[in-house]
Design a protein around this ligand. Structure first.
Ligand SMILES: [Zn+2]
Length: 74
């Protein structure tokens, strides 16, 4: 397995730690994000959308659409 290095401390990374972060737009929480942290020095290596939050949101949207469609049926 090829491992990358932390840009700050230079340690080879075979794993990273994940943290949660609020992603804000105009002072309001727009969604929950995830941070990827170096396990040695806690430098943030990246921020992205939280996959488990996204999965939940997609599930709710699909359920809402199905509920609306079933109300249209005679
Ligand atoms: Zn590091």
């Amino acid at each position: 397995m090829m491992t990358g290095k932390c840009p700050k401390c230079g340690n080879a990374l075979e794993r990273v730690n994940a943290g949660r972060v609020n992603v804000m737009t105009q002072n309001q929480v727009a969604w929950i994000g995830v941070t990827y942290l170096c396990p040695f020095c806690s430098t943030i290596l990246g921020v992205g959308a939280d996959p488990s939050e996204l999965k939940g949101e997609i599930g709710h949207e699909v359920a809402d659409k199905i509920a609306r469609l079933s109300m249209l049926k005679p």
